[in-house]
Design a binder for this molecule. Structure first.
Ligand SMILES: C[S@@+](CC[C@H](N)C(=O)[O-])C[C@H]1O[C@@H](n2cnc3c(N)ncnc32)[C@H](O)[C@@H]1O
Length: 275
C-alpha cells in the first residue's frame, strides 16, 4: 500500500492540532500523561528528545518540568503547530530557550544520522514517542538509533501506543443484559477478534473530526519489541493504561465509545534502556 507519512500527516496537522488544543484530549490527560509521569520522571536539567511530537504536548510538558527539549516530527506542518502552541502552554513562563524544533522522520535512517552527527544529537536522558508507534511503517531505524542517542545509565526511551488489541480490526459490540443481582439492565462491552498475528496495514482515524484517514501498522507484541531487543535495548517497564469505570460513569460518553470498554486497555506504555 502506497503511504507517504509526511504528506499524510501534513494534511492532518490542522485537525490534529484543533482536536488536541492546548491541554490535550482526555486520552492525553487521563491515561497518557499519568503513564508518562510514572515512566519518564523528568527532572530539571535533563536533555530530552520528543519524537512525533504532534502539536508538542509531551515536549512542552517535559520543558515545564525543566528539561531542555528537542521536539521533532516527520511532518513540517505539525512542527509549525507545535511552535504556535508553545506560547499558549507556557503562559509567560520563561522556558522559551528550552525547546528547539526540527523535522525528523523516524522511518528515515538519514534523518537519524543527521541528528547524531549534529550538535543537537544527544546523548539524551529522555527520548519520548507518544501515541505514534502504530503510525509508522518500520521501527528498525528508530531501534538502531536509540542506543546511539540515549545516555548510558539513566537514559530512557518511553513510548505509548494504541494497544494492539485495537489495531487488528477487532469487532466491537455493545449488548444489554439484566443483572441478576441488581435486576437492572446493564451494557456489556465485547470485542470479537478474528486476527492478531498477521494483520496488514489498515486505514483508520486518530480523531473523529479529521478530514481523511491514515494508516495503522498493527504489530503483535513480539513484533513490536523485536527490533528494540535486536538493537540491544532492555525493557524495564510496561503498562496497559485505561479509562476506568469511575471515569466512564462521570462522563457523558457517546454510545460505543472505546472508553467504555474498560476491561480492554486502550494503550500500551513501555520504557527501554541501553543494556
Ligand atoms: C497520533 S499523533 C501523536 C502526536 C503527539 N505525540 C501527541 O501525543 O499528541 C502521531 C504523530 O506522529 C507523527 N508521525 C507520523 N509518522 C511519522 C514518522 N514517520 N516520523 C515522525 N513522526 C511521524 C505525526 O505527524 C503525528 O504528529
Amino acid at each position: 500500500m502506497e503511504f507517504d507519512p509526511v504528506l499524510t500527516w501534513d494534511r492532518l496537522a490542522e485537525s490534529w492540532d484543533a482536536a488536541m488544543g492546548t491541554e490535550g484530549n482526555d486520552y492525553f490527560t487521563v491515561i497518557e500523561l499519568p503513564a508518562l509521569e510514572r515512566m519518564v520522571q523528568p527532572k530539571p536539567g535533563d536533555r530530552a528528545l520528543d519524537l512525533a511530537t504532534g502539536n508538542g504536548l509531551v515536549a512542552h510538558w517535559l520543558a515545564q518540568k525543566g528539561a531542555s527539549v528537542l521536539a521533532t516530527d516527520g511532518s513540517p506542518a505539525m512542527i509549525v503547530h507545535a511552535q504556535a502552541r508553545q506560547a499558549m502552554r507556557f503562559k509567560g513562563i520563561e522556558v522559551e530557550s528550552l525547546v528547539a524544533y526540527g523535522v525528523l522522520d523516524v522511518t528515515n535512517p538519514l534523518h537519524f544520522e543527521e541528528l547524531i552527527s549534529s550538535d543537537r544529537g544527544g546523548p539524551f536522558d529522555i527520548i519520548t514517542m507518544n501515541m505514534a508507534i502504530m503510525d509508522v511503517s518500520t521501527l528498525e531505524h528508530l531501534a538502531n538509533a536509540l542506543p546511539r542517542l540515549l545516555k548510558n545509565g539513566g537514559g530512557r526511551f518511553v513510548a505509548t501506543l494504541l494497544h494492539p488489541l485495537f489495531t487488528c480490526g477487532v469487532t466491537r459490540s455493545v449488548e444489554y443484559s439484566d443483572n441478576p443481582k441488581s435486576g437492572r439492565e446493564e451494557a456489556v462491552y465485547t470485542l470479537k477478534m478474528s486476527k492478531y498475528l498477521h494483520v496488514p496495514p489498515s486505514k483508520g482515524v486518530a480523531t473523529q473530526s479529521q478530514p481523511h484517514s491514515q494508516l495503522y501498522f498493527h504489530r503483535p507484541i513480539h513484533e513490536l519489541f523485536s527490533p528494540f531487543f535486536r538493537a540491544g535495548l532492555i525493557l524495564d517497564a510496561l503498562e496497559e493504561p485505561n479509562f476506568d469505570e469511575a471515569y466512564t460513569k462521570a462522563n457523558d460518553l457517546k454510545l460505543g465509545s472505546l472508553r467504555q470498554f474498560t476491561q480492554f486497555p486502550k494503550l500500551l506504555a513501555f520504557r527501554l534502556k541501553r543494556a
